[in-house]
Design a protein around this ligand. Structure first.
Ligand code: F3S
Length: 284
């Protein structure tokens, strides 16, 4: 019996930084709010709540707020949210936006100022993408599928700048960019997929191809976890998505000789370790 745990499983640099920021602010004291859940992990969010941190779930809730510390999560927010907070002198802004996301905001801001239309390859409903859209002064299209890429035609004549959601699947990104390139538009493509995601996806694929059961740990709403699940399912028919050890039922372990474990960027280490020691300790 073998257990292979991905080295890249768990918190990435940006998420670790955001989570550490919240703990630092808790130690500092005062009333703390996070604009949206700081990461897509119920366990971590519950722990923050027990320490007095309140999640602001909408722009309206932020508008009603008069004082306190507001922490922006690693996904980032659109420019108008910064403007809204700056108008409230009693609110202290702590920005935990991942530097890789800030880089996308800067690219989009500059390129749109230069008149380029923006294409974001990613999921339009994801907060990171909504934040990116909010940095453009020119029209933005969000493209996630081949069909959407085929249908796209620029409305501006100044060219197009293509960026990507940081957690987008790299091979899908290449496929979509190829469709744009074939159309012959003047396109400036910046691959803004974060290497943490790429490494995690590549390692997950490699492990999933060698094991009988592949376990993907991560929040139900975490898009990078769902993508990991998708990739692993292509390689291993018995791929399971769990949030914590409580969700894991290995069924008939006699037929299982090798188990792989990976986890999304929002999964704390202790959950990965719990799953790993449970699987190791299971009597195969
Ligand atoms: Fe940042 Fe990459 Fe994580 S963009 S939040 S380090 S997945």
């Amino acid at each position: 019996m073998k257990v292979i745990t991905a080295k890249s499983a768990g918190f990435c640099f940006g998420v670790k930084r955001a989570v550490d920021t919240v703990y630092e602010e808790i130690n500092r004291g005062g009333k703390i709010y996070t604009y949206g859940e700081i990461i897509h992990n119920e366990e971590v969010v519950k722990d923050f709540e027990s320490k007095g941190v309140t999640v602001l779930n909408s722009r309206e809730e932020l508008e009603r707020l008069e004082s306190g510390t507001v922490i922006i999560r690693s996904h980032g927010v659109s420019r108008d949210i910064y403007e809204l907070i700056r108008k409230k002198p009693e609110i202290r802004l702590v920005d935990a936006t991942c530097p890789f996301v800030v880089k996308i905001h800067n690219i989009v801001e500059e390129e749109s100022k230069a008149g380029k239309e923006i294409v974001v390859i990613g999921d339009a409903s994801h907060p990171e993408v909504q934040g990116i859209i909010g940095f453009s002064d020119t029209p933005v299209s969000v493209v996630q599928t081949r069909e959407e890429a085929e249908k796209f035609s620029p409305s501006e004549e100044n060219g197009v700048c293509v960026v990507s959601q940081t957690t987008f699947n790299y091979s899908k990104f290449k496929e979509l960019v190829e469709i744009f390139t074939k159309k012959g538009y003047s396109i400036n493509t910046v691959n803004t997929i974060c290497s943490a995601t790429e490494q995690r996806q590549t390692e997950a694929r490699e492990i999933a191809s060698q094991v009988d059961v592949m376990i993907v740990i991560g929040g139900k709403h975490s898009s990078n976890t769902r993508k990991l699940y998708e990739i692993c399912s292509e390689e291993c028919r018995d791929t399971r998505h769990i949030q914590t050890l409580d969700d894991l039922n290995l069924g008939s372990p006699e037929s299982i000789h090798c188990v792989g474990i990976t986890a999304g960027a929002s999964t704390p280490n202790y959950i990965i370790e719990e799953v790993q020691s449970y699987v190791r300790g299971t009597d195969f």
